[in-house]
Design a protein. Structure first.
Length: 193
C-alpha cells in the first residue's frame, strides 16, 4: 500500500505528536539503513500525484483509517489462502499479537549482503529494484529468520513459534517486518530509473 505522505504524517502524529509536514517526519527517522526490494516497474505513485518519499504499511494504514481494513499488500494478495501463512498468522495472533502481521507488514532487510542473497534465492527469475530506506520513528519491527518457513506441514506450528519468538536457525536468513513507515532518502535517485 503506497500512502500519500499525508497518511504517513497522520500515522506519525498519532504515535509521536508530530504537528508539521514531511520535513518534521524526516527528523523522526531511525538512523540505521534498511533495504526494501520492490517489484520492477512498481511505483510509489498515488492516483496521479507526484511520487512520495514515504511508504506506510497496510497495518499502519488501517490503524490510521479503519475503513482500509480490507486493504491487501501484493504479498498478502498472493498468500491470503496459503495454509502455511494461516498457521503462522494464527500463532502470531495467539502468542505474539504485538508483532507485525506477515500479511500486512512492509518487508525490509537490515544488511546489504542479505539483499544479494534474497535476490539470488527468493527472486531469481524476477526483476527487483533495491531501495535504501530508513524506518520512521514509532514503527514496530520484528526481525525473524525466514528459514523457519521452509518446513513440512507437521512443523509449521512449532516453526511459527520460533519465527515469532525471534529464534534463529544455524544458518539464518533474517527478514524485518515493519508495522509503520519507511522513508526513502535517495528518492530523486531511484524515481528516474
Amino acid at each position: 500500500m503506497a500512502c500519500v505522505t499525508k497518511g504517513c504524517i497522520e500515522w506519525l502524529r498519532g504515535r509521536s505528536g508530530l504537528t508539521s509536514g514531511e520535513s518534521a517526519a524526516r527528523d523522526r527517522l531511525e538512523e540505521t539503513p534498511y533495504w526494501h526490494l520492490a517489484r520492477f516497474g512498481w511505483s510509489f505513485q498515488n492516483r496521479g500525484r507526484a511520487p512520495q518519499r514515504m511508504l506506510l504499511s497496510v497495518s499502519a494504514g488501517i490503524e490510521t483509517d479503519p475503513e482500509l481494513n480490507d486493504s491487501l499488500t501484493p504479498y498478502s494478495l498472493s498468500r491470503r489462502c496459503d495454509p502455511k501463512e494461516s498457521v503462522f498468522e494464527q500463532v502470531r495472533r495467539a502468542r505474539f499479537p504485538h508483532r507485525p502481521s506477515r500479511l500486512r507488514a512492509l518487508y525490509v532487510l537490515d544488511d546489504y549482503s542479505l539483499v544479494v542473497r534474497a535476490l539470488a534465492e527468493w527472486f531469481p527469475s524476477e526483476r527487483r529494484v533495491v531501495h535504501e530506506c530508513r524506518l520512521l520513528a514509532g514503527s514496530v519491527v520484528h526481525r525473524a529468520d525466514a528459514v523457519w518457513l521452509d518446513a513440512p506441514r507437521r512443523e509449521w506450528a512449532s516453526n511459527a513459534e520460533k519465527y515469532w519468538g525471534g529464534v534463529e536457525t544455524e544458518q539464518p536468513f533474517p527478514e524485518v517486518l515493519v508495522h509503520g513507515g519507511i522513508y526513502f532518502p535517495r528518492w530523486e535517485f531511484f524515481k528516474q530509473r
